[in-house]
Design a protein around this ligand. Structure first.
Ligand code: SF4
Length: 459
């Protein structure tokens, strides 16, 4: 049984790819998505192997909560946790009864493990490499055992209408080494591409399920610019009416600006980009390879190409000042991006998991508290208590805004007032034109957040 803890409302490629490998090797595979389904006691009782996917921090927190119940319902199953966050949390996971931990290109190891279990050869501890970056022959993902696409996040257009969204991946890993990124400890600057024909076959099966938009989950769609362009062309040639979105870093938007017009012509509606900060020193510490003003250039380039930019941020870091936080809000106003940023982005606090390359920054580890297994990271306290207080107030206000169904603009105005209040500065009135809404997915992208009570209800 393959279990998805949480994947931001996306139908998980990371279950569908191993499902295809295991099916081909002759195993009966069931998939369970905890974001939409409850633990199935009957299937778990029969399972010989339960492998839980943790591709992000929130998913790992959910998996940690679910593991005792899984162990109880599947007393005879071998427990495996795989995905980016598995290797860095291996020690903790083993205390919860997890026997095998896998990261990177996990499919061959999952098949080997399943074969040994089937042959009655007890693994007797982990035998597969915890991280493998071996090049694999990607299969067409098997999505048949997953909940239907219509149950997942959908595309919301600027007129409020929605479209069924499909989720594809054209690559895994990343060639960059941003210090705060969870991909780096596992992939260490490498990425692996999925052949265009395989991605297209996956898209084809999702279009047949009703997808009118494809959200590419590649960590960076232009890590291999020619591959990205070939994917966009192939998608557009096969399905001219199907739109798409992708994640592309600021540096790539600038370096490959000549590709943007063709991406738009191929159906690219919006690009998510990890801007992270508007402070040059913070960007340097994070190793982002772009400067503050590159953000403005990327906005201008994407706008000129007709592509909306959805920036994401690590809004609160140990180096963020109140003035710096206000400067971030001011930049969003000046660039007319207020409607382009889901409010949750303005509350994100830097997470330092085990294995993070941030720990390599001279003196940084000494500034952190001891590893907290509940947080799955090293907590830090800001030297200016007003910054931590503001982060907590912003986070709480965002939850209220979501509960009240307030639009992004109203949530931003509340954060704007709170930030100025924290700095004991009068909050200037916001201009009327702070930017127009952009197309987006109904569940926003973020890297880490507290699991909600609802997310913990399924087990
Ligand atoms: S933050 Fe983006 S560009 Fe940097 S390593 Fe991670 S995926 Fe790559």
């Amino acid at each position: 049984m393959l279990v998805n803890a949480y994947e931001l409302g996306r139908q998980p490629f990371a279950l569908a790819q191993p499902a295809a490998w295991l099916e081909r090797a002759g195993f009966a595979v069931s998939c369970l998505d905890l974001s939409l389904q409850k633990l199935d006691a009957e299937v778990l009782r029969e399972a010989g192997l339960v492998a839980i996917y943790v591709g992000m921090h929130t998913a790992t927190r959910i998996a940690v909560e679910a593991l005792p119940r899984v162990r109880q319902l599947a007393p005879n199953a071998h427990l495996c946790v795989y995905g980016l966050y598995a290797p860095m949390n291996a020690t903790l996971l083993r205390t919860l009864g997890v026997e095998t931990v896998l990261g990177g290109e996990v499919e061959p190891a999952l098949v080997d493990l399943a074969r040994r279990l089937r042959s009655g050869d007890s693994p007797g501890g982990q035998r597969e490499p915890i991280v493998s970056l071996e090049r694999i022959a990607f299969e067409v993902p098997d999505r048949t055992a997953l909940p239907k696409l219509v149950r997942y996040a959908h595309l919301v257009l600027t007129d409020g209408s929605t479209r069924v969204a499909g989720f594809a991946e054209g690559s895994r890993g990343c060639k960059h080494l941003c210090r705060h990124c969870p991909i780096v400890p596992v992939y260490q600057g490498k990425f692996r591409v999925v052949p265009v024909e395989t991605v297209l076959a996956d898209i084809r099966q999702q279009v047949a399920e009703g997808a009118a938009h494809i959200s590419f989950g590649d960590p960076d769609f232009l890590n291999g610019p020619r591959h990205g362009l070939r994917l966009a062309r192939a998608l557009h040639d096969a399905f001219p009416g199907v739109t798409f979105d992708a994640t592309i870093k600021i540096q790539h938007l600038i370096e490959h600006r000549d590709l943007l017009t063709e991406l738009r012509a191929s159906g690219c509606l919006f690009v998510t980009s990890a801007v992270e900060a508007v402070d040059d020193e913070i960007l340097r510490l994070l190793g982002k390879n772009h400067g503050s003003r590159d953000f403005d250039r990327a906005v201008a380039l994407t706008r000129a190409a007709g592509i909306a930019l959805a920036p994401t941020f690590v809004a609160f870091t140990p180096w963020t000042t109140l003035e710096g936080y206000i400067a971030l809000l001011e930049r969003l106003v000046a660039l007319r991006l207020v409607e382009s940023v889901p409010p949750v982005q303005l509350a994100i606090r830097l997470l330092v998991p085990e294995g993070s390359w941030l720990l390599r920054l001279p003196g940084f580890r000494a500034s952190l508290q001891a590893f907290d297994p509940a947080l799955l990271g090293y907590p830090w306290i800001h030297r200016d208590p007003r910054v931590d207080r503001l982060q907590q107030r912003v986070q709480a206000r965002i939850v209220e805004c979501e509960r009240e169904g307030l639009p992004r603009r109203a949530a931003f105005a509340a954060i704007w007032r709170m930030a100025h209040e924290a700095a004991a500065r009068p909050a200037p009135e916001l201009p009327d034109d702070v930017g127009a809404p952009i197309p987006h997915l109904s569940e926003p992208w973020y890297c880490c957040a507290e699991p909600t009570a609802q997310q913990l209800e399924s087990f």
